[in-house]
Design a protein around this ligand. Structure first.
Ligand SMILES: *Cc1c(COP(=O)(O)O)cnc(C)c1O
Length: 431
């Protein structure tokens, strides 16, 4: 497999962009080697600049639930672009996408659009603080909520991979308002509430933690957070930037039947274009300017091209049997990988919910960040490269979630399972 053009482009980019990338995990630092530069995508396939083809399980880190260049999405964006790309005035498309969000996500009565998941969580936190008049936020170690200062404390994803959970540039003052609890440990949350009486504005959580690998909530964990936040007069924020429109039509909240006060959305909602959103009960969202005093704005918020891609994508998900298909494809992949790992005698934890999946290279079940960190990341790196060589594009780091899209076929998944069996044979097998 030739990678000459990717190498050339990586060197060229490195001369003008820090590390050659605009988002750190893309640089392959966690697994070594040269990142493949993408040339184009079609359905479940991604082609690099050297003409190699891969089955894509990164799906742009979550947004591409309909696969690459879905004809409905392409057409919608082309039509919108021809009408003008931005107006700085409200458009019908914003109302339409907002109606879809309110219809599909159970706890959202009012929603506002932004341009990334980071903006969504940052703004939801401001609303929670404005509404409650309190300063502190409780988050969980290993959860990632974008790169705003308040959340870059014990964060997951790239921050975890790079071992800089407390990034330089985040002030001590900011960090001191961020309290960190342990995922799946209600006691740790209760203690923080007790130590900070009447100071906690909100608890923010990924209902399925997708940025330390994939870690699922234990029975009663989300319900417990709902109860604790109510007791202590704090808001509960579900960061559904990954799980929104992915775990189910109405996100993880619908699937788990636990409903937050505020929800943040991103990734799937833009169908591959930059969209984020935050929403919740009307009484809380009405704190926002221009109705209320909490300021929040954006020159390109609700951008017509991005709204068009979002509308086309959510329509594909709202109608028909999209989630049944995603579940079936996810189950096929999980079962096949379990068998392949067992046949090769490689110990691993296979975690999956719907179309989200992760394979931790550890013999112990994973329920929090500490457990995730027990994974053998060097082994993951070997597996990653062995799969890439065989045309399977996995996340270039252990602490990420994989995604299946509606464009994946049973045949592509069978080929992936066969590739995994070969790839695992190349790893040194431990007794
Ligand atoms: C990706 C992600 C974000 C940040 O979204 P960006 O669009 O990358 O800013 C926030 N929260 C979660 C749970 C995410 O996975």
């Amino acid at each position: 497999m030739s990678t000459d053009h990717s190498k050339e482009l990586f060197e060229r980019s490195g001369r003008v962009i820090p590390g050659g990338v605009n988002s750190p995990v893309r640089a392959f630092r966690a697994v070594g080697g040269t990142p493949r530069f993408a040339a184009r995508g079609e359905g479940a396939s991604i082609y690099d600049v050297d003409g190699n083809r891969y089955v894509d399980y990164v799906c742009s880190w979550g947004p591409l639930i309909a696969g690459h260049a879905h004809p409905d999405v392409v057409r919608a964006v082309q039509l919108a672009a021809a009408r003008g790309s931005s107006f700085g005035a409200p458009t019908e498309a914003e109302a339409e996408l907002a109606e879809l969000v309110v219809e599909m996500v159970p706890s959202i009565e009012l929603v506002r659009f932004v341009s990334s998941g980071t903006e969504a969580t940052m703004s939801a936190l401001r609303v929670a603080r404005g509404y409650t008049g309190r300063s502190k936020v409780i988050k969980f170690a290993g959860c990632y909520h974008g790169h705003a200062d308040a959340f870059l404390v014990n964060a997951g994803s790239g921050a975890l991979t790079f071992g800089t959970p407390d990034s330089p540039g985040v002030t001590a003052g900011t960090a001191s308002d961020t309290l960190t609890a342990r995922y799946n440990d209600l006691g740790s949350v209760g203690r923080l509430f007790a130590e900070n009486p009447d100071q906690v504005a909100c608890v923010i959580v990924e209902p399925y933690a997708g940025n330390m690998g994939l870690v699922l909530p234990a029975a009663g964990f989300l319900e417990g957070l709902r109860e604790l936040t109510r007791q202590h007069g704090a808001l509960l924020i579900f960061d559904e930037v990954i799980t929104g429109f992915r775990a189910a039509r109405g996100g993880a909240q619908e699937r788990e039947n636990v409903f937050p006060d505020l929800t943040t959305l991103g990734k799937v909602i833009g169908g591959g274009l930059p969209v984020g959103a935050f929403g919740g009960r009307a009484e809380i969202m009405e704190c926002l300017s221009p109705v209320g005093p909490v300021y929040q704005a954006g020159t390109l918020s609700g951008n017509p091209l991005a709204m068009a891609a979002g509308i086309a994508t959510l329509r594909l998900l709202r109608d028909g049997d999209a989630y049944r298909r995603l579940e079936a494809l996810g189950a096929q992949l999980e079962q096949g990988l379990r068998k392949a790992f067992a046949r090769r005698g490689v110990q691993a934890q296979h975690v999956r919910r719907g179309s989200m999946f992760c394979v931790f290279f550890t013999g112990q079940p994973v329920s929090d960040l500490e457990g995730a960190k027990r994974s053998d990341t060097a082994r993951y790196a070997s597996y990653f490269h062995a799969m890439l060589e065989r045309g399977v594009w996995l996340a270039p780091a252990q602490f990420e979630t994989g995604f299946v899209s509606l464009a994946h076929t049973e045949a592509a998944i069978d080929a992936t399972i066969a590739a995994a069996e070969q790839a695992l044979a190349t790893l040194e097998v431990r007794a």
